[in-house]
Ligand binder design. Structure first.
Ligand code: GLC
Length: 754
């Protein structure tokens, strides 16, 4: 195999803002997407169509560059890209000349056969965060990873690859930040100095172009804003999907589903969602119902609705080979399935037995798939769980020569699941008549946040997995995915009541709060753990419902700016070394004001690192100075959760589901602090797309410690809040002042001095 290097510059042309540089071997295109985003695409065979599954923006039509004897310099307001002509190298600097990231001088970009690699210089204090759902530490320095979407059942906490591909990381060094998104769907590799004796980092792929976006914004928040501008942001989720979700593989009959749902209501444990896993189907045939065990789906769902439960059902990609089965017949007749190059349909085994696999890369197939959801939406299903879409096939290695339209398997494997979620989301959205669909997918690629929430697949019922899961959620948040979760309680294995209680208490602060377990495992519902534990679980789920207004405003931030709800401390305390300490790396901010420290179930006390600033324990209002490690009690009844001084958290009284109107009281809790603080309160109907046409209720809430005043700006939007009254609760001010004001109907600015 030949090593092909970039060669030397032959010609440079500016084509409507695209800088085109030719070398004897390759073409390089440089495009600017904004002051802080520059794209480089090095190709042996550039495809003029230039499509991407992830990117939804176009490059600017203009670009500033100048050529010198040795270099080509592309500049924006914030960035400088200096391209060295001989040898060909790409080096990025801030506008004032500080090095952000540079090619390795010796190797830069090169090819070995179809494999393309970029070797980059490693800076002494450089750290790396990102890549989404990946094993290992928050700081990925010294680790290496492979992206190859895999049905990673029974994975451990060091398994790689897992289910998803997010080839995006953020580099941190010298007080500077940068990001790099390698938009290449082939099997890809990232090495953060693991196998190079710490000499350089590298990333590459088995095929395709060296196609990457360089982000030079300063501050992790700004890089996330740019990355999610480029790849899209999530829509507002349906409010009900933020409530408690009960899942199980499987509730075996309509009777069982109804009995479980009814039990939540009997015991006054709040919940919004129940799931049907694969056994609701007839022989695991997608878009069918088992006539014996689920004889009247609509009747069942209507009954669920009367007690304010929504139903989510699973769909897998594998279509059972069976003449007379609608999806099989139509798929074959229209050539909608993956095939070998000789035209034979590709067959592999999954739950239903021998299956064919829809070609979700084809728009017509996505359309067809989307329409088939009538089988689920007509009886009233509201949420669509996309599983096994790596795609999974028993035996795992789908042959490389299997074709999805024009694409061979190796090129599209990493986007297959995303395209299934896209088809599901678009189809369901059309069928649901202005209601927001809830889609949950296991496999994903960058940009999936536009269509779906994700969960981290088949974890295990251990403390170690609980902590690992939190790291995955935090890391997914660095790749545009805010609506994320793990199987709370662990999918495989049985857990102790203590771990169930602990995990559930962490679930309160997990964007997707879903309890799930595998077939053969003990049941996991809140009442299975004895009266005392049930009471704790119930109290924690109630806390989740009290926090829903705060959580919803948090999702509005994700929708607006790409900031995730669960935030690794590396987002806001980027250059604080302790944040990366293995002991504290699982800690995270949940929204703007809460800091959560996950703790294993046996630990009665916990060491918690509080970053700079003052903090209050949520449960007691006890104040702590930040910038230090504290040891605090961590009984099962009290997960260590802290509020930032100056933090504002808006809560409601407990409701049994998001469908309940509630008592109309919104409680604005404010913790004393010396710094001013503000956040955007956001509310809408939680159900439809009317918010896109102005039907929301939004106001900025400010805390001014100097004036000892809280102000609520005038309302923006046409929606009438469901909270008629707001009640101010003060913490740490020495006196528990409470003030009450009209909220929904008072749309003017409100100031409350105390
Ligand atoms: C896969 C999923 C799991 C589901 C099971 C049966 O293992 O990851 O969540 O319960 O399949 O559908």
């Amino acid at each position: 195999m030949q090593l092909e290097i970039l060669g030397n510059t032959q010609t440079i042309t500016d084509q409507n803002g695209k800088l085109l540089i030719k070398t004897p071997q390759m073409e390089v295109r440089i495009m600017v997407y904004g002051p802080t985003i520059i794209r480089i695409c090095v190709s042996k065979n550039f495809d003029e169509v230039d499509s991407s599954f992830a990117v939804i923006q176009k490059s600017l039509a203009e670009l500033q560059y100048k050529e010198t004897a040795d270099t080509i310099e592309v500049t924006t307001l914030a960035l400088k890209l200096i391209i060295n002509k001989t040898p060909f190298r790409f080096n990025f600097y801030t506008a004032d000349g500080q090095a952000l990231s540079e090619d390795d001088e010796r190797f830069g970009v090169n090819w070995q056969g179809e494999r393309v690699i970029n070797y980059r210089k490693l800076v002494t204090d450089e750290k790396f965060i990102g890549l989404g759902e990946k094993y290992g530490n928050l700081n990925r320095r010294g680790s290496s990873y492979v992206n190859w979407n895999t049905d990673a059942s029974e994975h451990t906490i060091t398994t790689d690859p897992l289910y998803k591909t997010f080839p995006f990381f953020i580099g941190l060094h010298s007080g500077l930040t940068y990001g790099l998104f390698f938009d290449n769907t082939h099997k890809s590799y990232f090495d953060f100095g693991a196998t190079t004796g710490g000499q350089m980092s590298w990333f590459g792929a088995d095929g395709g172009d060296m196609n990457y976006y360089f982000f030079g914004a300063q501050g992790v928040r700004n890089i996330l804003a740019d990355y999610t501008w480029l790849t899209g942001r999530m829509e507002m989720p349906p409010l009900w999907s933020l409530g408690y979700q009960q899942c199980r593989w499987s509730y075996m009959s309509a009777k069982e589903v109804l009995a479980i749902a009814a039990k939540f209501r009997e015991r006054n444990i709040p919940a919004d969602v129940i799931y049907c896993d694969i056994d609701y189907m007839d022989g695991f045939k997608i878009f069918t119902w088992n006539k014996k065990t689920f004889p009247d789906p609509k009747g069942m769902i209507d009954e669920l609705k009367t007690i304010s439960f929504r139903l989510v059902t699973i769909v897998d990609p594998g279509i059972k080979i069976e003449k007379g089965y609608k999806q099989y017949d139509e798929g074959v007749a229209n050539n909608y399935f993956a095939a070998y190059p000789n035209g034979e349909l590709y067959t592999a085994e999954v739950w239903p037995g021998q299956c064919h696999f829809p070609d979700f890369l084809n728009a017509e197939v996505r359309e067809w798939w989307g329409k088939a959801f009538t089988a689920l939406t007509e009886p009233g299903v509201d949420g669509f769980w996309n599983d096994m879409n790596e795609p999974a096939a028993w035996g795992q290695n789908i042959p490389w020569l299997v074709k999805f339209g024009e694409h061979f398997m190796p090129e599209i494997r990493n986007v297959y699941g995303m395209q299934m979620a896209r088809a599901t989301y678009n189809g369901a959205k059309k069928l649901l008549n202005n209601k927001r669909p809830f889609v949950l997918t296991r496999a994903a690629y960058s940009g999936t946040q536009r269509y779906s929430a994700v969960w981290t697949g088949d974890n295990s019922a251990t403390d170690e997995h609980m902590l690992f899961g939190q790291r995955l959620v935090n890391s997914l948040g660095l790749t545009g995915m805010s609506f994320t979760g793990v199987d709370i309680g662990g999918f495989m294995g049985n857990l102790t009541p203590e771990l169930m209680v602990r995990w559930n208490s962490l679930g309160v602060y997990t964007p997707l709060f879903r309890n799930h377990s595998a077939k053969g495992m003990e049941y996991r519902e809140p009442w299975r753990w004895g009266t005392k534990n049930e009471a704790i679980i119930k109290k924690d789920i109630e806390l989740r419902y009290q926090l829903l207004p705060y959580i919803y405003s948090g999702f509005y931030q994700s929708h607006q700016s790409g900031l995730p709800l669960s935030r690794t401390l590396a987002i806001d305390y980027t250059f604080d070394e302790n944040v990366f300490d293995e002991k504290y790396q699982n800690q995270f901010l949940f929204g703007d004001s809460l800091l959560v420290a996950p703790v294993i179930s046996p630990a009665k006390t916990a060491d918690v690192y509080l970053p700079a600033g003052d903090w209050y324990r949520l449960s007691s209002d006890k104040k702590f100075r930040g910038g230090q490690v504290i040891n605090v009690p961590s009984p099962l009844t009290n997960l260590p959760v802290f509020v930032k001084a100056g933090g504002i958290i808006h809560m409601q009284n407990v409701v049994q589901s998001t469908n309940e109107q509630g008592d109309g009281l919104l409680m604005l809790h404010t913790w004393n602090g010396s710094e001013a603080n503000e956040f955007v309160y956001y509310e809408d109907d939680g159900l439809t797309y009317d918010y896109e046409n102005g039907a929301f209720y939004k106001r900025t809430i400010r805390f001014d410690p100097r004036k000892r005043e809280i102000t609520l700006s005038a309302v923006e939007g046409s929606y009438l809040s469901k909270y008629s009254t707001i009640q101010l609760h003060l913490h740490g001010f020495g006196r528990g002042v409470k003030a009450v004001r009209e909220f929904a109907n008072n749309r003017k600015q409100i100031s409350i001095a105390f």
